[in-house]
Design a protein around this ligand. Sequence first.
Ligand code: SF4
Length: 98
Amino acid sequence: MNNINPKCENGQQHPFVNAENKYFLCCWLAAHRDLKNLEEFFADPNWLNKIDLTNYSLEEVETYYQKVRLSWNSQNCLSTCKEYCSNINSNDARKILI
Ligand code: SF4
């Protein structure tokens, strides 16, 4: 469907922890624009708290991120993942949409 080849799963990207101890599956998720995408995706007023390693264990935060992983093969795929880790490049994607 989205043809996601997740770089965070194949060693091309690594988890990122920002200065506020928030954990991200990759540094792209933490960029300002993509942070907004993630906020909208989780649709959870406590999402920033739930990715905070000060409050939760790594295992708990990883479990919270399951929603992102499950999105890869769904219609609700996180847009950042589509943009950075889709095997369909933008030209191909446009052809498919036409
Ligand atoms: S953009 Fe998404 S799929 Fe790609 S490395 Fe980051 S979290 Fe993983």
